[in-house]
Design a protein around this ligand. Sequence first.
Ligand SMILES: [Cu+2]
Length: 473
Amino acid sequence: MTHLSEICGRRLASIILGTISLFAPMLIAQAVNAQESPQKPIEVKITARRFEFDPHTITLQVNRPARLIITSEDVTHGFAIDEFNISARIEAKQTKTIEFTPDHVGKFQIHCSVYCGDDHEGMLGQLVVEKAPDEIKDTFDESAPGVAFVESNGKKVRIDTSNRTVTEIAQEIPPPAAPSTPEKVEQRKPAVQEPYDYRLINVPTPKRVLRHSLNLYFTHRFAQPINPLDESARLLLGLDSFAVSSLGVFYGVTDKLYLSVSRSPLCQRGLCRTIEVGAGYHWLDEKGDSPIALSTYASVEGDENFTRNFTYNLQVMMARSVTKYVNLFFSPAVHFNANGQRRFDPRGNEFFPPTPLADAFRQDKHAASFGFGVNARIRPSISLLFEYTPRAGFKLGRVRTIFNSNFTQVIGFRTESEPEIGFGVQKDIGRHSFSLTFSNTQTTTTARYNSSNLVLPASKFIIGFNLYRRFLK
Ligand SMILES: [Cu+2]
């Protein structure tokens, strides 16, 4: 009896020893690992270049320190993971090391936080934080004496000392850890950046105004038509002539809603210092379900620094790409009170001798405009622009006096006006865009860009430029 139990005991001991020797290397490795982890972080090398992170996805372990060694291959980039308050700047061709310990499991977006070019918004990566691998677990079967389970790295072994067997058990339907740790997939879709600017020459586009971005635009229109050249050459093609400069800002309240204010000195009969205040809403992007990009805009213009002669504009801006490089635009608008207070009609007392006939000459009070446009990207940062804006209702132009045959008496009036036409070339440089423009209008506010008191036919364009600059974002 004693002998037998001795033999049994020896066998039991040898089985356990054998099993332990089987798992010992793992145990030791695990122990070393556990000891090392506080000092030795997981090291990941990442390359940042326009417009990607390489590798795109990095995997770390929760509660295990990590060291990210990020090198920029070209220009200055940012490396940001909002959930872990990481935001680093990697100077051009430099390397930066970030150390941190992810404290929760999940998938998180990595994004570039320093503007680096046209497709900056799409410069994204992903951080996956996983659970640490399972440690060795051993349990005894309470109901069957002499039976033990050893579990490591997803493998489970059953050791039965009564019949001296070691069997690997297929994991019972693994109680999925998923419900207990719902992985938060944070995929913030970057706002789409359309391949065109906020205006062609004058016609506005449905380009999205980025949330919390402040945008500045500056337009400049000279007065002297380029044609005829023998006249304009003396004035450097008009560059020496009297010019009209307008300045505006707009701010993205959200990725859809924006507010704008601009000031333009010119409307008609000299200066009228118009201030335009408006709000726009970006409804649709061309990607996804919608065949077009669509924004709407409403504004009020008031002369003499927003104190009188108010005009109310409602506008819809639409765009559609026809190829990867060409976009078509249509931006119709209505301009209520565009000739309110009869302010563009002639007055009898402006003539000598006073001409009561002038008081009877009335132009329409309201106006509508239909801005058509196209842009064509011919180089990665250069686009050609064209637009055409016919109008209905009141057309700002020039009121001509009609005399009798021997020029002694005014017998009537007529309005001369031309639809707005413009073309230009646009160059984008980072957050700037610059357009050299040729158009037959000098005015740039919504009620006036589509017409001008210059009354220039298409053969007599003036030079101008538009300048956009995005701040804060
Ligand atoms: Cu960037």
